[in-house]
Design a protein around this ligand. Sequence first.
Ligand SMILES: [Zn+2]
Length: 415
Amino acid sequence: MTWLRRIALAFLLAGPAGAQEPRLTSDLASTDWARAVDVVILSEGYVRAEEQQFLADARRLADAIRVDPDAAPLRAGPPINLHFVFVPGRDRGAPWQAGRPARRTPFGAHVTPEGSFDADDAQADAVAAEVAPDVDVVVVLARLTPADEPIPASARRRWARAEGDDLDLPEDPDDVRPNADVPTDGARIRTTTLDPEAFLHELGHALYGLGDEYEEYPGAPPEDERWEVAVCPNLTLERTGRRWKDIVDTAYEGGGLWKKGVWRPERRCRMRESRADAFCLVCQDVIRGGREVDAPGAPEWTRPADDAVVLLPAGQRRLKLEPRWRHRGDAPVSFHLDLRRISPDGRRRQVWWDAVEGHARRTTFEVGVQKAGTYALGISAVNLAGESEVVWTTFTVRPAGATSGLVGALGEATD
Ligand SMILES: [Zn+2]
């Protein structure tokens, strides 16, 4: 039995006469919409007479799911429905040159002056939701303008092209790099007909929240970007790889775009080499189970205890805390922490937040404190299925008195 019981259905959606109505063609594996993974592929840069061309291009893209041996973990999971949505535009081809404005295409795909491929997310989301029964990932599949298209100099002068040695600007249509948003950012993929090999890698981001395992930047991630590692189940900030020790006992330095300070599970993975290689065992584990996990339960605070008093040494303006918590049951992808100062009138203002890896049960942080006050620290567990409730603990920070005997000791103390 093939994994896909193909029921090809195509129907014309009702629309105002003369409007550029979207046409839906679906290859269905299941009509259990909630359980199935529904991949919606939108046409970009095609004109009215080119529906068959789009369907051929879209099915070639979808073959990454249907026949690529490296997609076996996806096929082992819930059934995958493919929905092809043809929306004709007035111009043939989306621009590939950095800074060239979007043309008259349905989703405004273009390359920004800095070189990233972009599209109108809101429009793509709206059309996908309108025509497909249930949407798990929205794909804008763009056919680009040809490399040798003649363009008048007057039109070229309108392009705002950024200059810089560190910018990776395309020199021809083949250089336009696909990209994706993880589920918590909307589960979208922007790609081109020229790069179907990268589709599986992008699905790793958009459907399963996997992070890039390759390196682009020297050094380690700065403090304010470490949370981006925490929310990716296939990356860690610990050289021991404790995060995935139940799956593999290896960790290789380099990942999440950074050469140092971030580790990945195995030497090779589809999330490291976008157009080749099988997924590593940790990514495979996420892909096999990722769509059917339950939302996590809420953690419990063990410290600071509710109503605790935290003493600051005289003259000290930094609050350093080491909060700890308990969590039972399924391992979340990450814990999200949120520190708020409570003003006398009861309003809460966020002063710090972070995300830490799902195996952690403690973290440390330091924030500037101007004066004594009351703070609330919230924590929630997050995975692909959702977020637990946020659990709060409230504590008071005040300067240590001369008689407290705790001057010089940072951290939590009960009164
Ligand atoms: Zn991997």
